[in-house]
Each structure stands twice: as C-alpha cells, then as structure tokens.
Write a protein that binds this ligand. Structure first.
Ligand code: OXD
Length: 313
C-alpha cells in the first residue's frame, strides 16, 4: 500500500518513522510538489490543491487535526478537487480532548475566581478584595458538543458550575442541559456567564460569535474561542468589551494566524491571547489512531471520524 504524507512545520522524520513502525509493510513517502505517483492513502494537514488533484484513486484522506475546514474549503472553492471515492477522516480525540478540558477549566476558574482582575490589580500594586462571583449563577455554555465539546462540557461539571451545551442535533449528556437546533439557540445563550466555542467552522457557523450572540448572554459575560478565528466577529467583540456586555475574552484562534502584530486584540487589557495551542495534535497518539484505521479499512471494516461533506464536519 502507498501512503503520502504532507504537513509543513513539523518533524517529518518523526512522523514517517512512527507511521513506518505501525505500518511496516506500507510504502510511505513525503509528498512534494510534482509528485503524481498514485497513492492509496494521504495523511495531511492543510495540503495544497495539487496534492489531491493528481490522486483520483485515493481511498481515504486522513486530516491531521480535528477541524476539516481547510480541506473542505479547497473542495468548496474548486468542487471536484477531492478524489471522488476517498473518505475524509478527521482525528478523533487522540489526546486533544484532555488538553481542551484543561484549557476550558483554566479559563472558567480564572474568571470565576477573578484571577484576571487580580493580575491587573497586581500590576497597579493594588490590594483589593473583590466580591466572589456566585457559583450557582456562573453558567457555562459550551457551543458544540462533538468529540471535544462533549468532553469539555463533562469536564467542567467538576467545578460545580451549571453547564449547558448547544449542538445542531439533540444529544443527551449526563449532568448537562443540552439545547439543540437553531430554535433553541437563544434559550441556550440566555444568562450564560462563560461562552466557550468548540463548533466546527462551516458556512453556517461563521461569524456566530457576534454582537447579537453577545447581547443574549448575561451582562459582563466571558467569551472563550478555541475553535476557529472566523467564528468571531472581532469588531463586535471589541465593541462588546467597551460597552461592558463582555467582561473579558480568551482567544486561541484568529482570522489570520499568527495574529498580525498591529491587531488590537494583542493589546486589549481584557483579552488573553494564546497561539492556537488549546489542543495540539499529539504525534504518537495520532499515528497509532491513523494506522489502526488504515489497517481496519484494508480489512474492509468500518471506522469512526468520517466527515460528512454536506454537514461540513
Ligand atoms: C485542529 C486544530 O483542528 O489543531 O485539530 O485546530
């Protein structure tokens, strides 16, 4: 079996070595522009159109991340680019859920216990005890209850705050109030104190973190975006921070990454910026997961993580 691998900015040798260990009989190669030799499987992150255009016989494309927006965007812009019979498979957890849970818990605790404000107080050398937030009113709303969002919602229950979740279709998660579908979106937002976005990026969800959404949250709410930059209307966040409707935000993803030097989000005193690290692709876990799926496909078995093109995730 022939496998092509493409990912810039990574330790390619370590990936190829790990894949070789798990799939000793496979012919593995790093894809380079101009390479049109047929392959059975592709393992990629943000691959150029050219890689797919010359691979009509690919059986599956494995995306080295949870979000498949970049790959679907290639197809949306030039329909027919992805090989017609190839499955598109995203990573399922592979160590990302735990990282997301940690990131979300850290943000909720930081805002619940007002550590962000104490950090600002320290910079001013001010010794002020702020009143505590009421835990039972500190409702956290998790937007998106997929593999990662579902784990985040469950993980937050430990903090003793009310947790609700929103997903496109109805779901049941113990301890979480689940709202589903566009009709229940406003009810989901009502009185939420911390909104955490883990939605997939699709044309339907683009710009969902906007002034209208912020206006439905509890006054002085907090926003955490760990999904994709285009979910957020930056100008609406900045205006809502100025008006006090939003108290603070933690952002891990941006329209342009790295965040441009002159972007106002870098320096806003109530915005915390991290460089897209909320849940990184872990090499070993991902290699084991992808190799197991390739072996399962070769045996004719079904696998998880297959992307529904129409839904966009
Ligand atoms: C992902 C990401 O989609 O790292 O996995 O953003």
């Amino acid at each position: 079996m022939n496998i092509i691998f493409y990912e810039q900015n990574t330790n390619v040798d370590a990936w190829l070595g790990g894949l070789k260990r798990e799939l000793p009989d496979a012919d593995l190669r790093l894809w380079q522009p101009g390479d049109t030799a047929p392959a059975d499987y592709a393992i990629v992150w943000k691959a150029p159109r050219e890689l797919f255009a010359n691979q009509p016989d690919l059986k599956a494309v494995f995306n080295l991340g949870a979000g498949v927006d970049a790959i679907l965007d290639v197809e949306r812009k030039e329909p027919g680019t992805l090989p017609p019979n190839a499955l598109l498979v995203r990573l399922e957890d592979s160590g990302m859920a735990q990282q997301m849970v940690e990131y979300a818990k850290y943000c909720v605790l930081r805002y619940l216990r007002r550590f962000d404000e104490y950090e600002a107080e320290q910079r001013e050398k001010r010794w002020t005890r702020l009143p505590q937030h009421t835990r039972s009113a500190f409702t956290v709303g998790v937007l998106g209850l997929g593999v990662l969002g579902g784990e985040v919602a469950k993980g937050l229950l430990d903090l003793g705050v009310p947790v609700r979740g929103y997903s496109r279709s109805a779901k049941s998660i113990e301890g979480i109030d689940v709202y589903a579908g566009a009709d229940q979106f406003d009810a989901f937002l009502h009185d939420v104190k911390v909104l955490i976005n883990l939605l997939p990026h699709t044309p339907d969800t683009e710009g969902i973190l906007n002034a209208r959404t912020f206006g439905k949250l509890a006054h002085g709410a907090y926003v955490v975006n760990v999904a994709r930059g285009p979910h957020l209307v930056d100008a609406d966040l900045l205006a809502s921070l100025d008006s006090g409707q939003i108290s603070a935000a933690t952002l891990d993803v941006f329209h342009t990454e790295p965040l441009p030097q002159d972007h106002p989000l870098w320096t806003h005193p109530r915005v915390s910026v991290t460089p897209h690290i909320s849940a990184e692709t872990l090499r070993e876990e991902s290699i084991v997961q992808i190799a197991a799926k390739i072996k399962a496909l070769a045996r004719g078995e079904r696998i998880g993580g297959i992307v529904d093109f129409a839904r966009g995730y």
